[in-house]
Design a protein around this ligand. Structure first.
Ligand code: PEP
Length: 248
């Protein structure tokens, strides 16, 4: 079964109504490859607005985080129901900025993942090693440990996309080489086959994230286990369209 190419745009804490309108309209008007699924993830206050602007069925909106309780005294959090109510279909969970700046650990991320999936939101689950971990040769161990926590909680992988995002590549301009990304993606797929099932391993999209841009995306084109990208900085720019079309 062919895996549909998937490109997520993580706007992080950037944008306002004007710039988000420009980005969504650019996607509406762009000649997008037929077989790409695009998910734009603006900051939470703009989810509803961004959803109202999308006119293309292959483009949807996602959140950058979600809490694991339906409602209650959790000041500052956003619930899955609220995110869905704003028209979003996906949520990014486990992003390295959530892990490092906000202290989210594998257990919490797995719990959030389970809750979001149970409530019908697709999850872009981010994993990846730091520079220190890479230098120590522990990349595979780190991604396995991060996956283990999620594997324990996920019953149905249909709406899960895994994003391999080496932390040292995020926002640095220093992307992993396509060969290195392919090796790690292949390992992640083998690990899913071993720990979950061959079917889940075959069907789950594994994205690369970390300084992907309009020029380097095409160099990943023939890497069979790279099923798309999660894009930060470049998702705010016109070159995002080139990343979405980089498979063709
Ligand atoms: C990200 O934030 O998920 C990301 C990959 O950022 P960038 O593309 O800017 O490295």
């Amino acid at each position: 079964m062919a895996r549909t190419f998937f490109v997520g745009g993580n706007f992080k804490l950037n944008g306002n109504k004007q710039s988000i309108k420009e980005i969504v309209e650019r996607m509406n008007e762009a000649p997008l490859a037929k077989d790409v699924e695009v998910v734009l993830c603006p900051p939470a206050p703009y989810l509803d607005y961004a959803t109202s602007l999308v006119t293309k069925s292959q483009v949807s909106i996602g959140a950058q985080n979600a809490y694991f309780k339906a409602a209650g005294a959790f000041t500052g959090e956003n619930s899955v129901e609220q995110i869905k109510d704003c028209g979003a279909k996906w949520v990014i969970l486990g992003h390295s900025e959530r892990r490092t700046l906000f202290g989210e650990d594998d257990k919490l991320i797995a719990e959030k993942t389970k809750f979001a999936l149970d409530q019908g939101l697709g999850v872009i689950l981010c994993i990846g090693e730091t520079l220190e971990e890479k230098k120590a040769g522990s990349t595979l161990k780190v991604v396995e440990t991060q996956l283990d926590a999620a594997i324990e909680q996920i019953k149905d992988w249909t709406n899960v996309v895994v994003a391999y995002e080496p932390v040292w590549a995020i926002g640095t301009g220093l992307a992993a080489t396509p060969e290195d990304a392919q090796d790690i993606h292949a390992h992640i797929r083998e690990y899913l086959a071993k720990k979950v099932s061959a079917e889940v391993a075959e069907q789950t999209r594994i994205l690369y994230g970390g300084s992907a841009n309009g020029s380097n995306a095409v160099t990943f084109k023939d890497k069979k286990d790279v099923d798309g990208f999660l894009v930060g900085g470049a998702s705010l720019k016109p070159e995002f369209v080139d990343i979405c079309n980089s498979r063709n």
